[in-house]
Design a protein around this ligand. Structure first.
Ligand SMILES: Cc1cc2nc3c(=O)[nH]c(=O)nc-3n(C[C@H](O)[C@H](O)[C@H](O)COP(=O)(O)OP(=O)(O)OC[C@H]3O[C@@H](n4cnc5c(N)ncnc54)[C@H](O)[C@@H]3O)c2cc1C
Length: 608
């Protein structure tokens, strides 16, 4: 690949093949435009696409059997600590993110990366694919003038909440398209979102019997529930040509959260959208290619510079250039391009908003041990969800500014090794915390722990809007560089007082579901509940939901992108990963990123 004779001019150059990049690439390839995707990570195929029938994906525990590595990043307080690296995240020593802790010290982290592989985060995600509610699109007007918002001493909520420049109704057909083309199972009834474009889901699999406790709990509390929409196909999927096994209930896709799916049933953007178009002459995919900077002439990006797998530098041209590297890395790429050319910097960031209003979700939940033992490998990641906490009634009753989705997890703690590995883990998911630092987890203690936990632990999670704050931001770090010598991303963020309050309310609500679920009367013991701000490194935690930093809007002085996700002062530069979001939404974001990418794809097809 990447021989000198390869074409270097395209209608569209897309940087990143994940949720923000692939859907619009799919639409534009089908519309006959020439599309190049540049992707930093490798191409890892599921079994059915490999000539030997062997998948490139391995469960992390089985793959990473080598010794622990040591953080060698200079000028951070955790240098010298041991870590564990997965095969699709960037190596922590090669390209860390750095965040500022409570006491002002800097730490290296892998938080804020999704996955560096063709398909991006959708290769490793749990696949929870919820729409946002109509209210999530208009939190600015909803909160304007309210006097009942609790824990907002400085009025940040009313000042900083923004309406999206598009409404739920405008995005609805694209939600429907994403659900159909990506391949999602679930149920519509009881969702607090109108499904105007009709039925789009494949039918869900049977629930795992452990989820019965959540069913009972939600019913006892009067919470309308629905089967959690999940990006896993349960029927043959005509748009991508994927086939399910004769008995889809037996397919072992139960613990694909955090792992690639060797079967290809999980609907990553690779297997669902890109692989089916792989042989089209107007589609080129160059993987293991890292884009290092964009070069502009006036208002047009005229060169995209990248390093090929051998480390040689190349430039390509697109009539349109789409940046979709996942929000932190997109902001970083734009800032690095600005470092190389001050005119680029002025154009992309005239109001100092690039990197500002970085967002993740307020998240957390509750967990309990339930009677019996359940095989978590036979069902998918989540069985039941409720929009009870996303309604105006709930929001107003608790003095909140926005709502949340609540759902149960079945596949967490599914594998004995991951149980031990993440036990008590407050830091990177890549640290073997359990075995490393809890001496009770040895000998008989480990057996007791596994016996008490394996197949018996049930959790309920919430996913909620975080108050957007200008000071929560992504910058370039002043001294830490990546393996190519470029400044790494520096993440400066904290939780607003209202975020903490909101997480407390939702953690209690999640705990109630388990309390009532265990015995029907609310006395079942709940072992732990809380919001992520309680954890030791609560400032670093990002829920794998990397949003904001280049928000879209209608006012060029208040946003980085216009309504079509085009950078205001550029004619041909678009950003379509999670960076465009002005508010984070009361649910997991990927379906919304995909729907918006299809929307931008239609705009570009018309424009080109
Ligand atoms: C373990 C895990 C579980 C998750 N579970 C869920 C879930 O259940 N539901 C949900 O909604 N979301 C979930 N997510 C989040 C989801 O993966 C992200 O929201 C989504 O993938 C973000 O889309 P994106 O386009 O912003 O970035 P990605 O999908 O991450 O795509 C970015 C791509 O850009 C590439 N890239 C980066 N820099 C460069 C460069 N310089 N040059 C070339 N390529 C580059 C990356 O390698 C990557 O492939 C999960 C994530 C993880 C990691």
């Amino acid at each position: 690949m990447n021989a000198v004779s390869e074409p270097d001019q395209f209608d569209v150059v897309v940087i990143g093949s994940g949720a923000g990049g692939a859907p619009l690439a799919h639409s534009l390839i089908l519309a006959g435009k020439s599309v190049l995707i540049l992707e930093k990570g490798p191409l890892i195929e599921p079994q059915y696409r490999d000539p030997r029938g062997v998948s490139g994906f391995k469960r992390d525990e089985l793959f990473a059997t080598g010794p622990e590595k040591i953080i060698r990043v200079p000028n951070v307080t955790n240098t010298g600590k041991a870590y564990y690296s997965s095969h699709v995240e960037p190596d922590l020593n090669d390209e860390p993110h750095v965040y500022r802790e409570q006491l002002g010290d800097d730490r290296a982290t892998i938080e804020g990366y999704t996955a560096q592989v063709v398909g991006g985060g959708t290769q490793l995600y749990g696949g929870v694919s919820l729409r946002f509610t109509p209210l999530d699109f208009r939190l600015g007007s909803f909160n304007a003038g309210r006097t009942d918002i609790l824990h907002d001493p400085d009025g940040s909520v009313r000042r900083e909440a923004r309406d999206w420049p598009i409404s739920y109704d405008e995005l609805e057909p694209y939600y429907a398209r994403a659900e159909r083309l990506v391949g999602i199972n679930g149920t519509h009834e009881n969702q607090a979102k109108p499904f105007r474009s009709g039925g789009t889901y494949q039918p869900p699999l049977s629930t795992n019997p452990i989820s019965r406790f959540v069913e009972v709990g939600m019913d006892a509390l009067g919470m309308p529930r629905y089967r959690t929409p999940l990006a896993v196909i349960t029927r043959d999927h005509e748009p991508s040509g994927r086939r399910v096994p004769a008995d889809p209930e037996q397919a072992r896709t139960g613990y694909v959260n955090r792992y690639g799916d060797p079967l290809g049933l999980k609907s990553s953007t690779w297997v669902s959208l890109l692989a089916p178009l792989r042989d089209r002459p107007n589609f080129a995919l160059r993987y293991n290619c890292v884009v290092t900077r964009l070069e502009a002439q006036g208002s047009r990006v005229n060169k995209v510079w990248y390093l090929d797998p051998a480390g040689s530098e190349h430039a390509v041209t697109g009539k349109v250039v789409v940046v979709a590297c996942s929000a932190i890395e997109s902001v970083r790429l734009l800032m690095l391009s600005g470092l190389a050319d001050s005119r680029f910097a002025e154009r992309i960031n005239p109001h100092g908003l690039l990197g500002a209003y970085f967002l993740t979700h307020c998240f957390g939940g509750a967990h309990a041990t339930v009677p019996g033992r359940y095989d978590k490998s036979v069902s998918l990641d989540s069985d039941w969800a409720t929009d009870f906490a996303g309604t105006e009634a709930f929001i107003r009753e608790h003095g909140l500014w926005a709502g949340a989705a609540i759902y149960n997890n079945t596949s967490d703690h599914a594998l004995p090794l991951s149980l031990g590995r993440t036990h008590g883990n407050q830091d990177l998911d890549t640290v073997w915390n359990g075995f490393a630092s809890d001496l009770r987890l040895t000998g008989e203690g480990l057996l007791r722990y596994l016996d008490g936990t394996f197949g018996r632990s049930l959790s309920v999670s919430f996913m909620a809007n975080q108050v957007p704050l200008r000071e929560n931001r992504v910058e370039l770090h002043s001294s830490v560089t990546d393996k190519w010598g470029r400044p790494v991303a520096y993440i400066v963020k904290d939780w607003h007082a209202h975020d903490r309050y909101l997480m407390d309310v939702l953690a209690r609500t999640s705990a109630d579901i388990l309390r009532y679920g265990g015995d029907g009367i609310g006395h079942h013991p709940v072992e732990g509940f809380g919001g992520v701000y309680n954890s030791d490194n609560g400032r670093a935690r990002i829920a794998n939901h990397i949003l904001g930093g280049a928000r879209f809007g209608t006012d060029p002085t208040d946003s980085v992108l216009d309504v079509h996700c085009r950078a205001w002062n550029f004619d041909n530069l678009y950003v379509t990963d999670g960076a465009f979001m002005p508010t984070a939404g009361g649910a997991n974001p990927t379906l919304t990123i995909q729907a918006n990418s299809f929307r931008v794809g239609d705009h570009l097809a018309e424009r080109l």
